[in-house]
Design a protein around this ligand. Structure first.
Ligand SMILES: Cc1cc2nc3c(=O)[nH]c(=O)nc-3n(C[C@H](O)[C@H](O)[C@H](O)COP(=O)(O)OP(=O)(O)OC[C@H]3O[C@@H](n4cnc5c(N)ncnc54)[C@H](O)[C@@H]3O)c2cc1C
Length: 305
């Protein structure tokens, strides 16, 4: 029984019928291709409409979860109660001098391309991270030799008490897979990314190199949420998992990738419970063998079935 049908009706009036869905399977909105239904899923197509939705859910005290491209999420099999807001349609990007101003739902690959087209260097590291700007600020996403903290100039957010404020880089408290956005429950609206003028050929060469490295090492042919675990101090999660003999280990439809042990993949119609059982088994095994705690980088949300 969906308790949020009234909210659905209200949101259809605030937005439009195309932007609001009832009982929407989250497996259609996550890179893992896993997850039960959201009571209501909203996909606003502008920052103004996003702000209207946030006002509505806050004033009506409705539980809300925000997603970007769903590339760092494991949604449980019982789905998500309340409203899920997806930002993918809020994706305007413009270049101004040596800055790129991008809205929260812009894909990192699109920002990277815009920077390349304008001969701006510094954002190449993010070209293969399949997330949005908002998700990348939230997690301080990073890869190879770069991370968001190196390039962010400022970020405009809406706070839980509905103030719109601009945070400078120093106020963002960016650390390893964390930020003030994550800590304080802010919603990223847009951001200014500060880059440097560079050689177009060198930018292209770097993007090509990083793309090949990803294709060689990561199991991009299977659904996943990227690295399942954070890097434990002094170790690599993938190596610990491989050394524990778990490469290729499978539980239900979930498997430790044979290509990269740091990735749990959806090998064959996995449910969230398969992934969770496997994560638990990996954590216990690595703790028993090496006395190292593995903490998940993947965010686990929703309810059990
Ligand atoms: C194949 C693969 C490779 C990956 N490689 C990397 C990598 O190299 N480096 C890396 O760091 N990550 C990597 N990831 C993980 C993931 O892509 C990043 O964490 C990315 O930044 C998540 O962005 P998203 O838009 O998909 O966020 P989602 O997964 O949709 O959400 C993640 C979190 O961000 C929050 N969020 C989303 N948008 C906003 C917003 N506008 N305001 C506030 N909070 C928001 C959500 O509420 C949620 O808590 C990889 C994932 C995959 C599947």
């Amino acid at each position: 029984m969906n308790r949020y049908t009234d909210a659905y009706e209200d949101l259809v009036l605030i937005l439009s019928k195309e932007e609001v869905m009832l009982d929407e399977p989250m497996m259609n909105h996550t890179w893992f291709e896993i997850g039960g239904t959201a009571d209501v899923l909203v996909i606003p197509d502008s920052v103004d409409r996003l702000i209207k939705v946030i006002h509505y859910v806050t004033e009506n005290n409705i539980p809300t979860f925000l997603i970007g491209n769903g590339s760092n999420l494991l949604v449980k099999d019982g789905g998500i109660r309340g409203i899920v807001i997806k930002t993918e349609m809020i994706n305007q990007i413009r270049v101004e001098g040596n800055t790129v101003v991008a809205e929260c739902g812009s894909l990192l690959a699109d920002i990277s391309e815009a920077a390349y087209n304008a001969s701006l260097t510094g954002f190449e590291f993010a070209c293969g991270i399949p997330g949005t700007l908002g998700g990348a600020v939230f997690m301080n996403a990073g890869a190879y030799d770069g991370e968001m903290s190196f390039v962010l100039d400022s970020v405009r957010v809406i706070t839980p008490d509905l103030r719109i404020i601009t945070l400078s880089k120093n106020q963002l408290e960016l650390g390893y897979r964390t930020s003030a956005v994550k800590i304080n429950g802010y919603v990223v609206l847009d951001a200014v990314i500060l880059l440097k003028h560079g050689s177009k050929e060198e930018i292209k060469a770097k993007i090509d190199d990083l793309t090949h490295r990803r294709e060689d090492r990561q199991p991009l042919e299977f659904p996943s949420a990227g690295s399942t675990f954070k890097r434990p101090t002094g170790h690599y999660a993938g190596k610990l998992i491989q050394d524990a003999g778990l490469k290729g280990y499978q539980m239900g439809g979930a498997q430790v990738s044979e290509k990269h042990s740091g990735f749990v993949i959806n090998r064959d119609h996995a449910e969230a419970k398969d992934v969770l059982n496997l994560i638990n088994y990996i954590q216990t095994t690595v703790m028993d063998k090496f006395n190292v705690e593995l903490c998940t980088e993947v965010l686990i949300v929703g309810e059990d079935k």
